[in-house]
Design a binder for this molecule. Structure first.
Ligand code: SF4
Length: 197
């Protein structure tokens, strides 16, 4: 049977207990750990679905950005992973796709259209609206000047051979279908895809 402790012994044990629990709270006692759930890193992130921009496989991705779109919160993408619900990749990504965050944050990434005017050695940034308008005007001018309605034998050919199109590889089947419709309806023959570049 244990001998009863006196008053001095009681205070000594209490002081030791308080001291050791304080060290644990301060993280200075690694042999003792408090059980705690680690916060999920995607908590309160905004999830956005997109398509990998690299190749023609067109894998689906989930992009997670900081903030919940609240006022004064600056959204910034901090994590990208494969979309498990996407029929193409079912959550997987190849090494290029897995490194998409680096591409997105690269200081040399082009974020707006640029044009190099005839005779210039400089690329000039322009707005999207201006770029689309200028492309449309130049396509019309070139088509008006070079469209071939009939060949030398008088057969109808409706060809436009002086302009070509390089289409994006990360589009859907529907985008590819519409691209072909637009290009062929103009008589354009030369069309290729970034998937082959
Ligand atoms: S993750 Fe890889 S395979 Fe999929 S679209 Fe991107 S580059 Fe292509």
């Amino acid at each position: 049977m244990n001998a009863p402790m006196n008053r001095r012994q009681f205070f000594r044990i209490c002081a030791a207990g308080i001291g050791s629990s304080s060290l644990v709270v301060l993280g200075l006692a690694p042999s003792v750990a408090h059980a705690e759930m680690r916060a999920y890193k995607l908590d309160r992130a905004t999830e956005t679905r997109n398509t990998c921009a690299y190749c023609s496989v067109g894998c689906g991705i989930l992009m997670y950005s900081t903030g919940d779109k609240a006022k004064n919160v600056k959204a910034e993408v901090f994590h990208i992973e494969g979309d498990a619900d996407h029929p193409v990749n079912r959550g997987t990504l190849c090494p290029k796709g897995a490194a998409l965050l680096d591409m997105m944050k690269s200081p040399s990434r082009l974020k707006r259209p640029e044009v190099r005017r005839p005779g210039s050695d400089q690329w000039e940034p322009i707005e999207w609206e201006q770029a689309i308008e200028e492309i449309a005007k130049q396509m019309k001018a070139d088509r008006d000047a070079n469209f071939i309605a009939k060949n030398a034998e008088g057969q109808t050919v409706n060809r436009w051979l002086s302009t070509g199109m390089l289409a994006a590889s990360a589009g859907s089947n529907e985008t590819g279908y519409l691209t072909q419709k637009i290009v062929r309806s103009l008589g354009m023959i030369a069309i290729d895809n970034q998937a082959r570049v």
